[in-house]
Design a protein. Sequence first.
Length: 113
Amino acid sequence: MKNSNRRIFLIHSAAITSATLATQVYAAENKMKAAAPGERLSEADSYPKSMGFKLDTKSVDKTRYPRHTTEQYCSRCQLYEGNANEGECSFYGGRIVPSTGWCKNFKLNKSAA
Ligand code: SF4
């Protein structure tokens, strides 16, 4: 194989790999958005896992998320709608998260306690 053909082959392979990964992430995000409200969000599901989701903010990996603090938890997030124990998260299609949870999409609700 000539060098230019090899280069073109490698560029095409990289493009296909990138497109495949992007499609998988997009599919996982859409699956979350399409989830039925009322389902519980799981730490084990691929998309929440990729977002660092934990049921308890105290178990977040400090090495991986150095800006995380234990003052960040779902019931203080703008995307949380629920009571003191659990609520729906609009980021994950209305799935139920515990008030103590956390993911890297946390956005402080300034009016939350
Ligand atoms: S987006 Fe907010 S409410 Fe939803 S899981 Fe992440 S921290 Fe919790």
